[in-house]
Design a protein around this ligand. Structure first.
Ligand code: DGT
Ligand code: MG
Length: 242
């Protein structure tokens, strides 16, 4: 791949155009390859906004984001999309087949690679049961699969692209605790050299993360491992208790 996947935020502030107050203030962290960085915080804290800055859906108002040491603005859009797989909070499937949906961003993926991605995403079973399997039809917006299936297909799509940076926006909370745990265990191998950034609602999804950032009103109010935060962060304790 063109660049190593280290994602670095340096004093990033961001406000939506026209809005008075910034949504993110002075965010600094480094997400390293081979590590999982988790972001947790209440609704409206700015988690999705933070993730969306990485593939440049928006540009930082102040500060800088670098991937592999290169400022985002110096990386072409193409390089950015080849390096990053983002699973959005509201995952989207388009009208086509399961295979064409999975190959979005991974045109050259073989059927075997698609099945492997589905296996990791805990989606192999329900795809195998569908008539036509990889060639079965998906309707616009993915309305003919369940929300949880849609989420897992979008995770499989992200895996099929074999990027070096993964962004998961709340991708596991619609799954039952069991599937969530199985999926994350299966992700370890294919993402072992990638930088993985996970936004989570459920603490159990991220207890094993290498670092957890606690976001509150657009600021990182605490950071550390699960064990460290349990000792040091009241905000984190409240999230754990909720
Ligand atoms: P969630 O998904 O409900 O847990 O919340 P977060 O943490 O993902 O929050 P986020 O980043 O969606 O929103 C942070 C703040 O920014 C919140 O006050 C709503 C506001 N906001 C989000 N998207 C937009 C947008 O497209 N335009 C404007 N003007 N404001 C937005
Ligand atoms: Mg969000």
């Amino acid at each position: 791949l063109p660049t190593p996947g280290t994602v670095e935020f340096k004093n990033v502030t961001f406000g939506y155009p026209g809005a008075e107050a910034p949504v993110l203030s002075d965010i600094s962290f480094t997400a390293k390859p081979g590590q999982t960085t988790a972001i947790i915080g209440s609704t409206g804290a700015g988690k999705t906004t933070l993730l969306n800055l990485i593939p440049r859906l928006y540009d930082a108002t102040e500060g800088e984001i670098l991937i592999g040491g290169v400022p985002l603005k110096d990386l072409g859009r193409d390089t950015i999309s080849r390096n990053i797989s983002a699973v959005p909070q509201r995952p989207y499937l388009f009208s086509g087949t399961i295979a064409s949906n999975l190959r979005f961003g991974a045109q050259e993926a073989t059927e075997e690679e698609l099945w492997e991605a589905l296996r990791v995403a805990q989606a192999e079973g329900f795809v195998a049961e569908r008539e036509g399997q990889l060639d079965s039809k998906i309707s616009q917006g993915g309305t003919n699969v369940s929300g949880g299936q849609r989420q897992r297909l979008c995770i499989a799509r992200a895996l099929a692209a074999k990027p070096n940076t993964y962004l998961f926006d709340d991708s596991f909370s619609a799954l039952d605790v069991n599937t969530d745990a199985k999926l994350r265990a299966a992700l370890a191998e294919p993402t072992k050299d990638a930088a993985v950034i996970i936004v989570a609602q459920r603490v159990s999804t991220i207890t094993g993360a290498d670092q957890i950032l606690v976001l509150d009103h657009g600021e990182i109010v605490a950071r550390g491992t699960h064990e460290q935060l349990l000792e040091t962060s009241e905000t984190y304790q409240e999230i754990v208790a909720s």
